[in-house]
Design a protein around this ligand. Structure first.
Ligand code: CA
Length: 221
């Protein structure tokens, strides 16, 4: 069981993180202020901390400094606004392991969470995903069909295919795919998912991704 502490005061971001992380099998706890973050961030209780820099009370960089000074060694991924690069640099010097600028895609955060947990000796994750004729190597970022045909994918196409492969035979709605692959700030009315599904079908073969009318898409095993 891998436990992740989320310190973030924006409710919709907390909801977005908790939903995705729980679906990925992680146990999450959320706190909304810097003081709570510092009180909760104990290595005995958590394997990783996702820490917003702009927290009320104590800000994220103060939390980080204080918990490192206390001797907590859990990996910390900092969340930061796009326009505060200097804060980000300072937080990395203050003991953060990685950072994400907002807005971010869930898959991107999840990839960093996995890397940090692996580095700290946490749960190991498979690096190869397969479904039927399709193989995705998460380390080399390479997709192959029928064992011998390598398919060149863009970063978005890869993230979309990875999401489908992690939920084989499950119908994923456009909204789920949008929030996983494009992030929480994306317009829910956008047809970008359909467009990218079309790109993917062109590259990997049309029969591998099934359209479930009125519901979404499903990867066929
Ligand atoms: Ca904030």
């Amino acid at each position: 069981m891998t436990r992740i502490l989320i310190a973030e005061d924006e409710e919709r971001i907390v909801a977005f993180l908790e939903k995705g992380l729980r679906a990925g099998g992680y146990v999450t706890t959320a706190v909304f202020s810097g003081h709570d973050a510092l009180a909760f961030a104990r290595d005995d209780d958590f394997d990783l901390l996702i820490l917003d820099l702009g927290l009320p009370g104590l800000d994220g960089s103060e939390v980080l400094r204080a918990m490192r000074a206390r001797g907590e060694r859990m990996p910390v991924i900092v969340l930061t606004a796009r326009d505060s690069v200097s804060d980000t640099v300072a937080s990395l010097e203050g003991g953060a392991d990685d950072y994400m600028t907002k807005p971010f895609r869930f898959e991107e955060l999840l990839a960093r969470v996995r890397v940090r947990l692996r580095d700290s000796g946490g749960a190991t994750e498979p690096t190869i995903l397969t479904a039927g004729r399709l193989t995705l190597d998460l380390r080399t970022r390479r997709a192959t069909v029928d064992d011998d045909r390598t398919v060149e994918l863009t970063a978005r196409e890869f993230a979309l295919l990875e999401t489908l492969l992690r939920h084989p035979e499950q119908v994923l709605s456009r909204e789920q795919l949008l929030s996983h692959v494009w992030g929480y700030d994306f317009d829910p009315g956008s047809n970008v998912v359909d467009v990218y599904i079309r790109y993917l079908r062109r590259k990997i073969g049309p029969e591998l991704i099934e359209t479930v009318r009125g519901m979404g898409y499903r990867l066929v095993r």
